[in-house]
Design a protein around this ligand. Structure first.
Ligand code: PLP
Length: 401
């Protein structure tokens, strides 16, 4: 089929040309004497995306899963108690990773569409007088259900219970898109990957560790080699790496950070919010519901949409690919077949996002879904038009006149 492929899965995201060009370079000597001039400022700048001054960022050649493993294996010991909630597929996979590392995970099950249950966490922490719980896991943005959880709220209840556990936050589909405040929220291990908000191909697993987490590693007994913070610390200090780094991706990371800083992080968050809100208007225009059960959990990076009656979510994904070259996310685990997902994160603007909204609309109608033609597109576009800053100014002037 001629024409472009439309990639609107919630990661990997579209890689901007500037980043692609920055990576299109001959292979280089990563031990070159000039390398630290490039890497040392990069390590510092990377911390800004996590909003941390006191933390330390580590770049592993891996994916988000590797970053999960690095965070866990560097800070915990076999048998350690972990508090986590199964809020969706990615929270579940992280729990599974912990269990395979012989950690004792207290798993709180919640319905699809809910975020981390802060009140239940508070009860568990209050009851844990001997401080057996060593780790509290929060999936900041659950990509499978389009739900953002309240990391600050979890920190608040941990402090209220005077609980010393480490706080782990999975920011794979939030960091660089949704506000994340590592220092303010006292997150000890923050995790991300390169292929979402950082607008790169998959291949970097990034962990930011607090000083408390770095201290905890001295007692942590879980085995680790590839992901050992110790080796990274030793080599990163002088701007080097313990083993061959993914240099092209790291060169791309430099350019991606430049782009984020040029736009301004707060503007990046506002852009994601506005694009997400337009998508939510489209869903309402279709007369459909989001998987997120309450607005407080709406994700600004991915919208998971319940399909119309009589339509199979898996068919939506398949048909969109085969008929329109449109790639949407499907439903995973508990919501398999019930939803489809639109990723709206990374290098993105309004008209780009019209493509998955129009494509999803046509697909649902092709499959017999009762969706008014143009209803989603009109709702999204009208919201974006009305909230364009210039149009807002004109409206205010007209109203005042
Ligand atoms: N955590 C979240 C929230 C994710 O969305 C993903 C992947 O989509 C992961 C972790 C796992 O990351 P990766 O697939 O890069 O290993």
């Amino acid at each position: 089929m001629p024409g472009q492929t439309h990639l609107y899965v919630p990661g990997p995201t579209n890689v901007p040309d500037r980043v692609r060009c920055a990576m299109d370079i001959p292979q280089e000597d990563w031990r070159a004497v000039t390398m630290p001039e490039f890497t040392l400022p990069l390590f510092e700048d990377l911390k800004k995306v996590f909003k941390t001054e006191s933390g330390q960022a580590f770049i592993f050649p891996s994916s988000g899963t590797g970053a999960w493993e690095a965070a866990i294996s560097n800070t915990l010991s076999p048998g350690d108690k972990v508090l986590a909630a199964d809020i969706g597929n990615f929270a579940y996979l992280w729990i599974d990773l912990c269990q395979r590392h012989k950690l004792d995970v207290d798993v709180i099950d919640v319905d699809a569409g809910e975020g981390v249950p802060v009140e239940t966490f508070a009860e568990r922490l209050e009851a844990d007088k001997d401080h057996k719980i060593k780790a509290v896991l929060v999936t900041h943005n659950e990509t499978s259900t389009g739900v953002t959880s309240d990391v600050a709220g979890v920190r608040k209840i941990m402090d209220a219970a005077n609980h010393p556990a480490l706080l782990y936050a999975d920011g794979v589909s939030s960091i660089g898109c949704i506000d994340f405040r590592m220092d303010e929220w006292k997150v000890d291990l923050a995790i991300t990957g390169s292929q979402k908000g950082l607008m790169l191909p998959t291949g970097l697993g990034i962990v930011c560790a607090s000083q408390k987490a770095l201290e905890a590693r001295k007692q942590a007994q879980l085995p680790r080699t590839f992901f050992d913070f110790e080796d990274m610390i030793k080599h990163n200090e002088s701007g080097n790496f313990p083993y061959t780094p993914a240099m092209n991706l790291i060169r791309g990371l430099r350019e991606a950070l430049n782009m984020l800083f040029e736009e301004g992080l707060e503007n990046v968050f506002a852009r994601h919010h506005r694009l997400a809100e337009g998508t939510r208007r489209a869903v309402a225009g279709w007369g459909l519901k989001l998987c997120a059960k309450e607005p407080k959990w709406n994700s600004d990076t991915v919208s998971a949409v319940y399909v119309p009656q009589g339509v199979d979510g898996a068919e939506v994904v398949k048909h969109a690919q085969q008929r329109y070259k449109l790639h949407l996310g499907g439903g995973l685990r508990k919501v398999a077949g019930k939803i489809f997902r639109i990723g709206h994160l990374g290098d993105l603007n309004e008209l780009m996002l019209v493509s998955p909204i129009a494509g999803a609309e046509m697909t649902m109608r092709d499959l017999g879904g009762k969706v008014e033609p143009g209803s989603g597109v009109a709702a999204a576009c009208e919201y974006w038009r009305e909230t364009t800053p210039q149009n807002e100014a004109t409206r205010t002037k007209t109203e005042a006149a």
